[in-house]
Design a binder for this molecule. Structure first.
Ligand SMILES: Cc1ncc(COP(=O)(O)O)c(C=O)c1O
Length: 387
């Protein structure tokens, strides 16, 4: 019968599946896996190993470390160690996640609804925009005043916001440019958010890695009750394999919503990795100083390298973080340039196209020990007759 037939039709066309946009940056990394032995582009600092963060007694104790479930919000000692990195933050304002990535995704899923107006700094790490976009938010782009250097003008932000603005998303020190704003400019962003009663989502993955002449910005969560700061140990500490990140906010509703959502996903984060992250935070001063010194030395190296190749390369000097943009003027697009560099020299670089910026740009990562060796190979590549 007709009625019976139509009742058996599959549920109607309208899709309720969240369509996440392509993660072009990480896709570039995945496609290069196994094809390079030096990276001139990774955004993390030189990876640490277990013996860098555990002394002999701690290493011996590790064999008896309990592998049962841990606490839902995160390991007590890690939450306290994270809270100490901020001025106004207590343990209960901190939620530990499996990397900053999980913190970003969980925040967006638990605070945004289709149609919400969200102002997003662009370019930005894919998930910071892509998740809001997939939820169906109206994205208002805050673009740089200069697309090649990625310098951002905070004075235009007020015009992009209004009483419908639900959230402002940004990332300083900025991936991929290493650009910054001043403390006064950060305060202006927070004032704009506060006037609109909007949330602020500040990705601070590269905070604590300022170059010597750049003052450190306060964390957004210390400035405003509706601000969320996200960070972790992947970049600044070179411990990306632990998959430990955190979300910090004085807004307890945000913490509760995130924790409840997480009961459906990972429930909690693995405890041995949280313990290792806590040990690294205890040794913070020493680890960060080493990483800051390495980055400053690599900026110098890159600066003189670009000067030697000024017919092909123009460095846009970074202010903080682990990355810098270089404009290349060869006859090739950056995507072609990077493909050939992989094939000919087994050196990895990220082209502008995979970050949604001009494909004349290249992203350099400044945190690695073998940076000088990578530049030597890049030198051979640039001097080769096929170039
Ligand atoms: C700005 C930014 N936020 C978040 C992440 C994700 O970090 P994690 O590896 O801790 O998930 C990255 C990784 O590259 C990043 O660059």
């Amino acid at each position: 019968m007709r009625v019976g037939f139509s009742a058996c039709q599959p549920a109607q066309k309208e899709s309720t599946t969240m369509q996440l946009p392509s993660f072009s940056l990480v896709k570039w990394f995945a496609a290069a896996e196994g094809r390079f032995d030096i990276s001139l582009s990774h955004s993390d600092c030189e990876p640490l190993c277990v013996s860098d963060v555990l002394d002999e007694d701690e290493r011996n104790a590790l064999i008896n470390y309990p592998l049962g479930y841990g606490a839902f919000a995160g390991l007590e000692e890690l939450r306290r160690a994270v809270a100490r990195q901020y001025k106004t933050i207590e343990r209960d304002d901190v939620l530990i996640f499996s990397g900053a990535s999980e913190a970003i995704y969980t925040f967006m899923r638990t605070n945004l609804n289709p149609g919400d107006e969200v102002v997003v700094q662009c370019p930005i790490f894919n998930s910071l925009r892509g998740t809001a976009q997939a939820i169906g938010c109206k994205i208002v782009e805050w673009r740089p005043s200069d697309e090649m250097t990625c310098a951002f003008d905070v004075s235009v932000l007020a015009d992009l916001c209004n009483r419908r603005t639900k959230l402002i998303i940004f990332n300083f020190p900025h991936n991929p440019s290493g650009q910054m704003v001043s403390e006064a400019e950060l305060n202006a962003i927070v004032e704009t958010a506060s006037r609109c009663d909007a949330f602020v989502f500040s990705d601070e993955q590269f905070r604590l890695l300022e170059l010597p002449t750049t003052p450190r910005l306060p964390a957004a969560c210390d400035l405003y009750d509706k601000a969320v700061s996200v960070s972790g140990v992947s970049k600044t500490y070179g411990m990306g394999g632990l998959r430990i990140g955190w979300l910090v906010t004085r807004c307890r509703d945000v913490i509760e919503r995130a924790q409840e959502y997480r009961y459906y996903t990972t429930e909690m984060t693995n405890t041995p990795c949280q313990m290792l992250a806590a040990r690294a935070l205890e040794r913070s001063d020493e680890i960060l100083r080493r990483n800051q010194d390495r980055i400053a030395a690599n900026v110098e190296r890159l600066h003189s390298f670009a000067a030697q190749h000024d017919e092909n390369l123009l460095l846009h000097l970074p202010k903080a973080g682990t990355m810098a943009l270089v404009e290349q003027k060869t006859p090739f697009t950056s995507t072609q340039f990077c493909e050939r560099l992989l094939d000919e020299q087994r050196v990895f670089l990220v082209p502008g196209e995979s970050m949604g910026i001009s494909d004349r740009l290249l992203r350099f990562g400044l945190g690695r020990e073998d940076f000088a060796e990578g530049l030597d190979r890049l030198n051979q590549f640039l001097r080769s007759p096929s170039q």
